[in-house]
Ligand binder design. Structure first.
Ligand code: ATP
Ligand code: MG
Length: 390
């Protein structure tokens, strides 16, 4: 008996002619994710990808754990691959699934037979395997509607695969299948979640962080590195650009009306981000904004920020409550890092009474008081690059 991982790739099955391309990207991502564990063979047939360890002593649990974080996988199963012989199947099924069956009260058997030369038909396979399991586990009952465990027997080209309940995958589309986008990443709770959500839809992520030393510390920047690293567990390495924002913020503070400070700052962030995003071949910007969360995220404020962007701005959290965002941030393990109490450039010089219903014309007038183009150019020239490896 040899253990294999069977990958069911959900939404990919809908992609028709593009399916091969999507599958190739998914296999490339899986291969990359498992590369330091040993050699694996990937084969795909009938909406399933089989991942077969080729070395002895591969840490199989770790391989399964890692694959649960790869986008584009709806569900996966650990399966026993055995010879296509009914006696072998019968002696393996009950034993291989011992843990699941001992912990269950009910089960059913399902069989799929893509090898039509196999002497038994699916209902016969089910009946024999079911009988064998009942004879081994006297506490079990068959429940065909809502069983605790579904025992699957898949008779395919080279092996019969036996597996129990599926493990839920990360879902979504394979990272990279939808192109590249730039995430404006702060040290907060929202932006890492926003990045994860868009990576889930198949985007490769480039990070852009604005730092204002000495008002923000090196530790605050390290926190952003950690957050990117956590998100990279799902989407692979993240190129991170750290843009110096101190001079821009000081110029706005010294020259523009106080109540517009945050919005002018955000408009300059968008301008800088777009320049980097274009150079990096990104098709969109991503932010963690959500309507009404703070003064700079009212509908009117978002409209003013968006007005300087020429590329689409993706805001996956736009309609979410903070507690819904927190649930995801806990799930992807960014929450504990996000709540570390370091300062962010957004909390430097914040006005006491920010405008919540700004007019674009007011902002444009205020920005005429500073050298927007010169400041953006200077910030871009002094931007630092770090590759955040997984
Ligand atoms: P977060 O929890 O992501 O910090 P937030 O609720 O604190 O979000 P804001 O501070 O208003 O909201 O920021 C809104 C969005 O602007 C963030 O989600 C992020 O995309 C971007 N942003 C804010 N500060 C920075 C920063 N220092 N560098 C890069 N992007 C930032
Ligand atoms: Mg923030």
């Amino acid at each position: 008996m040899k253990e294999t991982i069977l990958i069911k790739n959900g939404e990919l099955a809908l992609k028709g002619l593009n399916r091969r391309t999507f599958e190739d990207i998914l296999i490339k991502n899986m291969r990359h994710r498992l590369s330091d564990l040993g050699k694996f063979k990937f084969t795909s047939a009938q909406s399933t990808i089989m991942v077969e360890p080729e070395d002895e002593n591969i840490d199989f649990d770790e391989a399964v754990r890692r694959l649960t974080k790869v986008f584009g996988i709806a569900a996966l199963s650990r399966a026993a691959a055995v010879e296509k012989d009914m006696d072998v199947i019968l002696s393996c099924a009950g034993e291989y699934l011992r843990d699941q069956l001992e912990g269950a009260r009910t089960f059913k058997v399902e069989a799929k037979r893509s090898d039509k030369n196999f002497p038994l038909k699916s209902p016969e396979i089910c009946r024999e395997v079911g009988g064998k399991i009942l004879s081994m586990y006297h506490h079990l009952k068959v429940d065909v509607h809502n069983p605790d465990v579904v025992v699957m027997v898949e008779v395919r080209d080279f092996y019969a695969y036996i597996h129990g309940n599926q493990i839920k995958g990360a879902g979504g589309m394979p990272t990279g299948s939808a192109g590249r986008a730039a995430l404006l990443v702060s040290g907060g709770i929202d932006s890492p979640v926003a990045g994860w959500m868009m990576a889930k839809r198949g985007l490769n992520i480039v990070g852009i962080h604005f730092a204002s030393p000495p008002y923000t510390s090196q530790r605050a920047e390290m926190k952003v590195h950690t957050l990117c690293k956590k998100v990279s567990q799902y989407c692979g390495r993240i190129p991170l650009f750290v843009v110096p924002f101190t001079h821009i913020q000081e110029e706005i503070k010294d020259n523009c009306p106080e109540d517009l400070f945050t919005l002018i700052m955000r408009r300059l962030m968008m301008r800088c981000a777009e320049i980097i995003a274009k150079k990096e071949d990104c098709g969109a910007l991503i932010t963690g904004e959500s309507v009404g969360q703070v003064a700079s995220q009212t509908m009117q404020a978002i409209a003013c920020t968006e007005a300087v962007a020429t590329m689409p701005v993706f805001r996956p959290l736009i309609g979410m409550d903070k507690d819904e965002v927190i649930i995801i941030s806990r799930k992807i393990d960014t929450f504990e890092t996000s709540i570390l109490p370091y300062e962010d450039c957004c909390t430097v010089f914040t006005p006491k009474h920010p405008k919540t219903k700004p007019k674009l014309s007011q902002l444009e007038e205020a920005e005429a008081l500073i050298d927007v183009d010169g400041l953006v150019k200077e910030a871009i020239e002094n931007t630092k690059f770090i590759m955040i490896e997984r």
